[in-house]
Design a protein around this ligand. Structure first.
Ligand SMILES: *Cc1c(COP(=O)(O)O)cnc(C)c1O
Length: 337
């Protein structure tokens, strides 16, 4: 076993039994599929043409600008496999950038975020000059902090970087700010990553990258031919063409985010951070105790304390789940905070 693999701490996707699951940034509603037909004896369309065409159409780009992955996790894998390192990203952020870089034996440069969890412009530009990264990942809105990064700083990084800059827009459907997809034609080193996982289709494992056709063509060489299976292709297309599922999720989540944010802010001893995503980060003394206490009443949040002191991440659930969470937190407050 190679040393980088022996030292790797795998992404812990442990299933903790719970009644109300608010730990993984999944959407509150899923697809209720009608009958779907696929020729199970045939391989799926290796190019996923129909799905890619649909995505291209909605994003106002060409199908040649889109690389599909088995979730955006796989797209990250393709990027780092093709480009190599160093891989640079702000910290804290989505952990897979670092895990996949290490898996592939590439070095990572993690640059701490600045005030208000925004990019530290000086630290980022300094690190880019020093390490000359082949690829930079910036999740905006950022997981786990929930904020979007300053657009001017992103533009500065795009101009400065000789490597590829990937803006991970996993949470874009929930953000009030515009996507950077239209900027792809202006910056040939800009790539935008998206996923269907946060809008109600996590089970399907569909993620994708949007960018210049020449770059997508190169990345496409490392993609395994049938990486998105036939059921996922068909169901994703169905759900996107219909549109009701994603619409219901975005509408509910955005309204509930506001209600939950106000409710959390009213609780003594809790700091809730503003969010453009489908989750809210909170800070409180004894976060671990609160996490455990909520779990005892069946509510699972994400313990972020190893990345951010005394912080928990709360995925926005269904209205009734959020109400129950607020009640349980108010009750736990007296004893834990
Ligand atoms: C959840 C998440 C992903 C993973 O998406 P998949 O398509 O499910 O692999 C990617 N980026 C960020 C920032 C995420 O939070």
């Amino acid at each position: 076993m190679r040393a980088n693999i022996r030292q790797l701490r795998p992404y812990s996707a442990v299933e903790i039994p719970c009644r109300i699951k608010l730990d993984a940034n999944e959407a509150p509603y899923g697809l209720v599929p009608g009958p779907i037909a696929v020729d199970t004896n045939r391989y799926p369309d290796p190019e996923a043409r129909e799905l890619r065409n649909h995505l291209a159409h909605t994003l106002n780009v060409d199908a040649e600008n889109i690389l599909l992955g088995n979730g955006s996790d796989e797209v990250i894998y393709h990027l780092i496999t093709s480009l190599g390192g160093p891989v640079l990203y702000p910290m804290p952020t989505f952990v897979m950038y670092g895990i996949i870089a290490q898996t592939l034996g590439e070095t990572s440069v993690a640059v701490p975020l600045g005030d208000d969890f925004d990019l530290d412009t000086n630290a980022m530009t300094e690190a880019i000059r020093r390490h000359n990264p082949k690829v930079i990942f910036m999740s905006s809105p950022n997981n786990p902090t929930g904020n979007s990064f300053n657009r001017e700083t992103i533009l500065e990084i795009l101009s400065l970087s000789r490597g590829i800059v990937v803006i991970d827009e996993a949470y874009q459907p929930y953000s009030p700010r515009p996507s950077v997809v239209p900027m792809i034609s202006r910056y040939n080193n800009l790539y935008v990553m998206r996923t269907l996982s946060k809008v109600g289709l996590a089970a399907l494992r569909v993620g994708f990258l949007v960018g210049a056709a020449e770059g997508i063509e190169e990345l496409n060489k490392v993609r395994l031919p049938y990486n998105v299976n036939a059921l996922s292709q068909r169901m994703a297309l169905m759900a996107l063409q219909d549109g009701r599922l994603t619409e219901q999720n975005t509408k509910t989540v955005i309204a509930e985010r506001q209600r939950l944010f106000e409710g959390l802010s009213r609780l003594d001893g809790i700091t809730a951070y503003p969010s453009d995503a489908n989750f809210i980060l909170i800070k409180t003394a004894n976060a671990k105790t609160l996490h455990q206490r909520l779990l005892q009443s069946g509510i699972l949040l994400k313990d972020m304390t190893s990345a951010l002191e005394n912080c928990l991440r709360i995925t926005i659930g269904r209205p009734e789940e959020n109400t129950e969470l607020l009640k349980a937190m108010a009750e736990a407050r007296g004893t834990t905070l």
